[in-house]
Design a protein around this ligand. Sequence first.
Ligand SMILES: Nc1ncnc2c1ncn2[C@@H]1O[C@H](COP(=O)(O)OP(=O)(O)OP(=O)(O)O)[C@@H](O)[C@H]1O
Ligand SMILES: [Mg+2]
Length: 406
Amino acid sequence: MANDVIIAGLDIGSNSIKCVVGVADAQGGVDIIGTGCATTKGMRAGDVQNRAEFVAAIRRAREEAEMMAGVELNDVFVSVSGIPLECDSSFGAWCIEGAEVAETDIRQVLRIARARQVAPTTDVLFCVPGHYMVDSHIDIVAPIGLRGVRLEVDVHLNIGKRETFDEIARCCKEAGLSVGTFVPNTLASGEALLRAEDREMGIALVDIGGSTTEISVYRGGALVFSTNLPVGGERVTSDLSIMFQVPGVEAERLKQTSGSALSWKVGDHETVELPVVGGMRARTVARSEVAQVCEARYEEILQLVRDAIVSEGLVVGVRMPHVVFTGGASQIANLVDLAERVLSTPCVYGEPRSVRGMVDMVRNPKYAAATGIVLYAARKRPDVWVPVTPTAPAKTLFSRLLDWIR
Ligand SMILES: Nc1ncnc2c1ncn2[C@@H]1O[C@H](COP(=O)(O)OP(=O)(O)OP(=O)(O)O)[C@@H](O)[C@H]1O
Ligand SMILES: [Mg+2]
């Protein structure tokens, strides 16, 4: 269709870089046409450490997605995980003097909400609006057009080092991609996996990645809490590596092929062959021993998730919000069963919503954030789209969307 645009989302994780390409129509519908994924160790603890390797990984993810989609990509929307970000909440108020709330008022109130004194080397990187209030009307998600005197908003701030994002943008540029804007991870995965009714009723989204676990809680249609824990699937791999004295790659294979988050679900007589390494003889271990190591670490991660949600006062009565899991490390067998026990609430695996085309390609939970970026860009600002052709200057689209998000 003439007004269809190609949107590319790039999710830069501590473990791998994922690229998803979609064709968005004027109604915000998205056809997935390509994906690419490249593992990388180029970024550690939020800093680009091996630049050449990191740039090469971005290029690989881009080229794989381009090949599948049959298009050339020049611009991307990007989310980054694995970077230590301080999460905080704030609020802003703005006088609307009896007029209808307009888009300029939204920008003003968000500008005020994000004005915060932060440590000298850090900046407020993202300001995600929660609920708005217009005079006595509370818990409003879309206030434009309402009349009142005073507009207020609760926001979630992500505070971190801007240099890291600048450096990532430079690396993307070297890999042939201009970064239009960075999208907060919390919004990206939520856009892909949560239905409007889930957000309305109250739900928690937990993305267990390689080195981080990101939690976002929605209620009344808006994000009410987000945080990230510095622990993910890599810890499980490293536990297995130490426990069974196998190298990291073998421990990873062991986890993916024989791991389980519940050891009692593993048959008593099941065994696993360990590889011959470092002059050791071939060994066989009970699969339940492998599962016990996995279970202990996943249980710890889930307890941290529970503590984070409980300490924010987000447990209504005695009940936790329902939980949707995503992220590569959520693929361990029996995670949902363990989670329901630890969190005492119904838990499910996230499924990409509202996408068409190569849906099976993005069903793997590691693609949730990259898919969400494409949906987010497609839905939030349809009025600022410009049709993308290989030569079209897309800068205005990106800079305007950037303004909106910030
Ligand atoms: N089948 C599987 N079972 C268990 N864990 C898995 C499986 N497949 C992948 N993983 C784990 O998923 C993790 C990577 O997930 P993901 O790609 O979401 O991380 P990332 O986005 O790169 O990291 P982060 O979000 O922490 O920066 C790794 O720790 C990997 O071991
Ligand atoms: Mg991630």
